[in-house]
Design a protein around this ligand. Structure first.
Ligand code: NIG
Ligand code: FE
Length: 419
């Protein structure tokens, strides 16, 4: 049994209490449940008590010598951050395309010419299991140092069974070997491989009849994602792929309305997706449908920034009642970053979200986008002992003072893993 951890006397302890059962919407996204001079007692990896330092001292006075005490005086304490959308497991990098885009080429031009996702697919196919594992492990270390304790990871740099399986197996091994929890999503429908360019429905058939059933049978993923975009998968093909996943117990997610309006948000609501992600060009009708069905909008302002596009309208989505989460979209083409705190800053400056809303969007709402709202994303009794301590006095400073890593200490499953 591991030693108890007593995090004491935070200047602000952001609890986000009350959001475990459903993601927070509208005004509730601003209710952070802050406790001043707040403390948390964690034992056996689970939060046992949350309150003011005075309250917890009274409760645990006789047991102080059993615990590792972490002094959080003057600091900000939040739930461990959750990143609900990444393409973590990949090989290679694409700074050459960055340079091409700076000279006028578009993301889609590069992809259609055989680069983009196809370039990373070639590199990922060529990489050994070990190479992929070590490259991704290094990225997880960086996530952790930025205060992130749970990361989603998509496949999709294979688009044929062997490489998709290799990516998912690496993600599974990362989950078992790294302190960060890695949550897997199958994204065989990331692009149409060039051999199927003339007959994309045959590739859809392969996904639906062969790959999705095998992913489910081997227990390699919880979610099934598709890039629903003009020139990639149509809404009709996306529907078929997501419905097939559902029949095999895989929860739908969708890359929706990223580059052109394509009724992806509407489709997410129709199929009962747990989240629709990107949404730069989502229609108001689609946003309203998402709000009605409680589909989490996972917004990725780092991707818009890096592709030099206008960000999704996060402000409008929140006002319409869409539960909003934020993510890095960490990938080598459209968002090569692991800094969720930087994404928070973009959430404020590029999407009109408030500092309080972006905290909710990277904790409890992000947890809901991964079907883990009951386990992580808030500091409440019975939840996992995942906690991040920032070396700043208050939550607004996390977005205000950008481009600086303020992470001081990270506690994962009740153990100090970064100090
Ligand atoms: O979420 N839009 C599609 N997929 C990724 C990018 C993948 C890549 O360019 O390698 C995204 O932006
Ligand atoms: Fe993505």
């Amino acid at each position: 049994m591991s030693k108890a951890i007593f995090i004491r006397n935070a200047n602000q302890l952001v609890t986000l209490q009350g959001g475990a059962h459903a993601p927070l919407v509208k005004e509730a996204m601003s209710e952070l449940g802050i406790i001043e001079n707040g403390s948390v007692w964690i034992e056996d990896g689970v939060i046992q008590a949350v309150g003011t330092d005075e309250e917890l001292l009274a409760m645990f006075e006789g047991r102080l010598d059993e615990a590792e005490v972490v002094d959080a005086s003057g600091k900000l304490v939040t739930p461990g951050l959750v990143d609900p959308h990444t393409h973590l497991v990949f090989a290679g990098s694409r700074e050459n395309e960055f340079n091409m885009r700076l000279q006028g080429a578009t993301y889609m031009d590069i992809m259609n010419a055989g680069g983009g996702i196809h370039a990373t697919t070639r590199a990922t196919k060529a990489a050994s299991n070990e190479e992929l594992f070590h490259a991704s492990y290094g990225r997880l270390n960086q996530f952790l140092r930025h205060g992130v304790t749970t990361v989603e990871a998509k496949s999709g740099y294979g688009m044929e069974w062997e490489t998709e399986r290799k990516q998912l197996e690496v993600a599974k091994r990362l989950n078992e070997n790294h302190v960060i929890d890695v949550v897997s999503t199958f994204m065989g429908a990331h692009a149409v491989p060039k051999e199927y360019k003339e007959n994309p429905d045959e590739f859809v058939r392969l996904l639906v009849e062969e790959m999705i059933p095998m992913v489910a049978e081997l227990g390699l993923a919880e979610f099934n994602d598709v890039f629903c975009e003009h020139g990639v998968f149509t809404p009709e093909q996306s529907r078929v792929i997501l419905e097939a996943g559902k029949r095999h117990g895989l929860i739908p997610k969708i890359h929706a309305d990223e580059i052109e309006p394509y009724e992806g948000a509407e489709l997410a609501a129709e199929v009962g997706a747990i989240s629709a992600d990107h949404l730069l060009k989502a229609s108001e009708k689609g946003m309203r449908a998402m709000a009605e069905k409680g589909v989490v909008g996972v917004l990725l302002p780092g991707t818009a920034y890096f592709l030099m596009a206008e960000s999704a309208n996060g402000r409008k989505m929140i006002d319409l009642g869409v539960p909003v989460a934020l993510s890095t979209d960490c990938n080598p083409g459209s968002s090569p970053t692991v800094s969720l705190p930087f994404i928070m800053n973009l959430g404020c400056l590029k999407m009109g979200m408030t500092p309080a809303e972006v905290i909710t969007a990277t904790t409890i709402n992000a947890a809901h986008a991964l079907n883990r709202g009951q386990e992580i994303g808030s500091l409440e009794v019975g939840k996992k002992g995942d906690v991040t301590i920032f070396n700043i006095e208050n939550y607004m400073k996390l977005q205000y003072s950008y481009g600086v890593n303020h992470t001081d200490t990270v506690v994962k499953n009740g153990q100090v893993v970064v100090r």
